[in-house]
Design a protein around this ligand. Structure first.
Ligand code: ATP
Length: 341
């Protein structure tokens, strides 16, 4: 059993930050102490701890003033998601922690995020290098759809990442089947989905996302890139994380407000989810328009066979359709894909 590391959420630090942000100026220790019902010494200790987290807080006779916040993915930085974020300085893998949490029944939309991972993983237990400066998280989803449509969640997530990168940075990100996001042909993001299901119902799908942001992975210099490498500057991880998560929650729960993930289950929500993930053709069309794999010569090693030919389409479950030299059509549900030409 995986030990779940304690998330660094501290209710009092959250309240202090809220008060400092709300005022925009100085807030005296006395006011904070009264409002929050703790001693001024306790306030000072929490302020000290926030400073250790990277918050710059000026202390003067007028009181405390928040000058800046660190670019860490701390729950306090995301008020709309706060109660759902399990934040870790370092995890072995956010997938391991999320699996344990999911098995314990946490709500859909719960997120495990780590500043770095010591054993991040990709498909088939391959290594995903996860130095500080990247974004590594797993979001636990409990969509009420048939398991056969689960691969759509993968597609939806890769579309969400590519669209967000385009919107925030104007970069064209492309999708390599089945699960990579590329910029200029190099991998900037990997996506991994793990499912726990019965024949006709999903218990959970844990969607893991690793993005090279202000980090580099020189070991994979030929095949990998980061947003910092491409843009030539560091970017806000907080903004990217918030945007990607919001986009993903909208993909699963189509109502505008991502907090719909918190709503109790009911027929309207169920229908809306089905519609978003299944009925709409848009997702497939969006994926196709962003695909770096379609119309390419590919070689796909599936668990049972090797398929070579031209990638011509994906079907409604996200499987890739490949046309062989003899004109025969083959469908790859999963596998390692190499772009030949
Ligand atoms: P491929 O991308 O070669 O088709 P894959 O889709 O199976 O392989 P993933 O499971 O997404 O790959 O990720 C694991 C692989 O990605 C590793 O084997 C390694 O080659 C590469 N890799 C590891 N860490 C990173 C990283 N931070 N950025 C980009 N690529 C990485």
């Amino acid at each position: 059993m995986v030990n779940i590391p304690k998330s660094e959420v501290n209710e009092m630090k959250r309240k202090i930050l809220k008060a400092l942000r709300g005022s925009g100026g100085y807030v005296s220790g006395e006011t904070l102490s009264k409002e929050l019902g703790i001693s001024r010494v306790s306030i000072w200790k929490h302020i000290h701890s926030l400073k250790e987290d990277g918050y710059i807080i000026e202390a003067s006779p007028k009181g405390y003033k928040l000058i800046s916040s660190p670019d860490l993915l701390l729950p306090y930085e995301f008020p709309s998601l706060e109660g759902k974020i399990h934040h870790l300085r370092e995890a072995t893998s956010t997938m391991d922690v999320a699996r344990e949490l999911a098995k314990r029944g946490v709500e859909t939309g719960t997120i495990v995020v780590a500043e770095s991972q010591s054993r991040g993983r990709g498909r088939l237990r391959r290594e995903w290098l996860s130095p500080e400066g990247g974004i590594y998280f797993t979001i636990i989803l409990r969509p009420e759809i048939s398991p056969i449509y689960a691969p759509r969640i993968n597609l939806m997530a890769s579309v969400a990442v590519a669209k967000t990168i385009k919107r925030l940075f104007g970069l064209r990100a492309e999708l390599k089947w089945p699960n990579d996001v590329l910029i200029q042909g190099k991998k900037v993001c990997g996506i991994l989905a793990e499912m726990d299901a019965e024949m006709d119902a999903i218990n959970f799908v844990n969607l893991g996302i690793g993005i090279n942001v202000n980090s580099s992975v020189p070991q994979f210099g030929e095949t990998a890139t980061s947003l910092k490498d491409v843009l030539g500057r560091e970017i806000s991880r907080k903004e990217l994380f918030r945007s990607v998560v919001t986009e993903i929650l909208r993909g699963v729960y189509p109502e505008r407000d991502s907090s719909v993930a918190l709503l109790p289950q009911n027929d309207i929500r169920r229908r809306a989810q089905k519609q978003a993930l299944l009925a709409k053709a848009d997702l497939l069309e969006e994926w196709k328009s962003l695909s770096a794999t379609l119309n390419r010569e590919v070689r796909i090693a599936t668990p049972g066979e090797v398929i070579v030919g031209q990638a011509i389409d994906i079907d409604t479950t996200g499987a890739l359709i490949v046309k062989g030299k003899d004109g025969s059509l083959r469908t790859a549900i999963a596998g390692d894909c190499i772009h030949l030409r």
